[in-house]
Ligand binder design. Sequence first.
Ligand SMILES: [Zn+2]
Length: 126
Amino acid sequence: MPRRCRCCIFCQQSFEPSPFRPDQSVCGQADCQRRRRAAYHRRKVATDPVYAQVVSDSRKKWRDSHPDYRKTYRKSHEAAADRNRQMQRGRDAKRRAEFLVKNNLALDLKRSAARGLADRPSGARS
Ligand SMILES: [Zn+2]
């Protein structure tokens, strides 16, 4: 006989799966169900380009119909705006560092390729 209770993948608490969903892995608490839907949404956006386009269009439509929302949100939520600014600075610094690493690597490869050609005996160049 199968085990009746199992643990929720989000809150790790034991729950009894619905008889209609025997392979249910998330309990019925509102917060866990919200997290389950958000995880589904993230996965769907990442894997389904049509779904991602619909989400993108919908967000753009909303932004276009609420043009001042961001400005007023930033004014009324200074802490969130500061945090966002700091996170963006972090992302910018990371991107800059990755760019430098990539370019230094390309330069090193060019330099060692040139050195490799110079090291060969003169008759061996192809
Ligand atoms: Zn749960």
